[in-house]
Write a protein that binds this ligand. Structure first.
Ligand code: AMP
Ligand code: ZN
Length: 469
């Protein structure tokens, strides 16, 4: 496998430390809201990476954290705590919010055929590990206490900017929103390991520590959770490009300071999904979630197909037109495959040779678009249908596009929703939004308008359904 390594800024041969075993760590979601489809692009490409490594014969252990404490609205140490923000928004406790959105995240992952990692660890379950590591950093002279908080001293690290290749000053500009300079810091790039005093709203969840009652910073959780489950060495660490600085830069600084040696050899970063206005957001514009796509009649796996058509190291612009196009191509492909006859013996030599071709594509810095081309190559090949089905099933272990249905479901036609059904579903979403905004006049108008067109809306605890006269 060849992969682009952010640390070396080159495409390198991927060589794990321990022969066949791969220790893989993925920064997990901050569970204060639903994941948007941009977040899920990152998890999807990491899923392809994990499956590609397994397909290539590696024994992968994948660990993911759940951020349920310490992530402020800016990725630095300023702004409101995201979990608290979610709890206030929904008038629930932080733990209730965390539980609900963690479940919602994994439900979305399931719909997108993203495999659940081998280990999932919420940050709130690892407080003793965070305290032990912070104590170690203080002992070794890499951390200091100022005004009640414990800070990491970035001036003690020779190559703090190794991952970004930029200077700290360059990185400060434009990365942090709402920057209020923290006067307790010795250096601009120092970051909080443990808060006992926040300038912002008080935390709901706090723990006792040698430095007073408080809570951990965001960055320390990933270092500690990785060490807890993968030990002192990590082969590959993944995230979205926005994680490179400050999050991953700080993870490297504190992990290597604590361990006294290099920690992780490969850094894999997925570029962003943007909407047509630029950045994808949970608060501005349309909040693009998997459920929203479903309510508009899209199959979530068609969104996976859309993402896999592009390279993970290029930003991708989302539009409904582009998704429509990808959906149409995907459905056509499924119809073609559904037409293959399940008769005769598969030629396993062909399947084996195809495996090599597929690995060459996917092993070339995860060229998923070429991986998709391989589907068409299989369909065009001069082999019987049974062989085609076997080869498709084989590569779908990585692509996870539901290419080959089980025998029982094979006959089920691929249904496409009518324009009318899509319109009704879009109006149901608009009505729910209107209700949330207390615009009951608009909500009633939608219900009455649909009624005159023969559509009756039925509100249930699970959401709104409808009948057509
Ligand atoms: P968060 O839940 O905010 O911690 O983000 C979860 C993951 O989504 C992180 O790995 C981010 O780097 C990634 N991410 C955030 N925004 C985007 C985006 N627009 N496109 C792709 N990945 C993103
Ligand atoms: Zn992380």
């Amino acid at each position: 496998m060849k992969l682009y390594n952010t640390l070396s800024r080159t495409v390198e041969e991927f060589i794990p430390r321990d022969g066949n075993k791969v220790q893989m760590y993925t920064c997990g979601p901050t569970v204060y809201h639903f994941a948007h489809i941009g977040n899920l692009r990152t998890y999807m490409m990491e899923d392809v990476l994990e499956k590609a490594l397994r397909y290539a014969g590696y024994d992968v252990k994948r660990v993911m954290n759940i951020t349920d404490v310490g992530h402020l609205t800016s990725d630095g140490d300023t702004g409101e705590d995201k979990m608290l923000k979610g709890a206030k928004r929904e008038k629930k406790t932080v733990l209730e919010i965390a539980e609900f959105y963690k479940d919602a995240f994994f439900k979305d992952c399931e719909k997108l055929n993203i495999k659940t990692p081998d280990v999932i660890e919420p940050a709130t379950q690892c407080i003793p590990e965070f305290i032990k590591t912070i104590e170690g950093l203080i002992e070794r002279g890499f951390a200091y206490i100022a005004d009640g908080n414990v800070y990491f001293d970035t001036s003690k690290i020779a190559d703090y900017n190794a991952l970004t290749g930029h200077s700290s000053d360059e990185l400060m500009v434009g990365v942090r929103e709402d920057v209020t300079e923290d006067t307790s810091k010795k250096n601009k790039s120092d970051f909080v390991l443990w808060f006992t005093k926040s300038k912002f709203d008080d935390q709901e969840l706090k723990w006792d520590s040698p430095w007073g009652v408080g809570y951990p910073g965001w960055h320390i959780e990933c270092s500690c959770i990785s060490m807890k489950h993968c030990g002192e060495y990590l082969d590959i660490h993944c995230g979205g490009v926005d994680n490179i600085f400050p999050h991953h830069t700080n993870e490297i600084a504190q992990s290597e300071a604590y361990l006294g040696h290099k920690w992780c050899n490969y850094w894999f970063h997925v570029h962003h999904l943007n909407d047509e206005t630029g950045k994808m957001s949970k608060s501005k514009g349309e909040f693009l979630t998997v459920s929203l796509l479903e309510s508009k009649g899209y199959n979530p796996v068609a969104y996976r197909f859309f993402c896999l058509q592009s390279h993970y190291r290029k930003p991708l612009v989302f539009s409904y037109e582009a998704l429509d196009q990808a959906s149409a191509t995907y459905n056509k492909l499924l119809r073609k495959i559904a037409g293959l006859k399940r008769e005769g013996e598969a030629d396993m030599e062909f399947v084996k040779a195809n495996k090599e071709r597929f690995l060459k594509a996917i092993g070339n810095d995860m060229n998923t678009a070429l991986g998709i081309t391989n589907i068409y190559d299989i369909l065009k090949a001069q082999v019987n249908d049974a062989t085609k089905l076997e080869a498709l099933r084989d590569i779908d272990a990585v692509l996870s596009l539901d290419l080959v249905k089980d025998e029982e479901t094979a006959e089920a036609p691929v249904t496409e929703k009518s324009d009318f059904e899509r319109e009704i579903e879009a109006l149901i979403v608009e009505r729910a939004e209107a209700k949330r905004a207390k615009n009951y006049a608009r909500a009633d108008e939608i219900r009455n308008d649909l009624k005159t067109r023969g559509v009756t809306l039925i509100d249930t605890p699970q959401g709104t359904t409808y009948t057509i006269d």
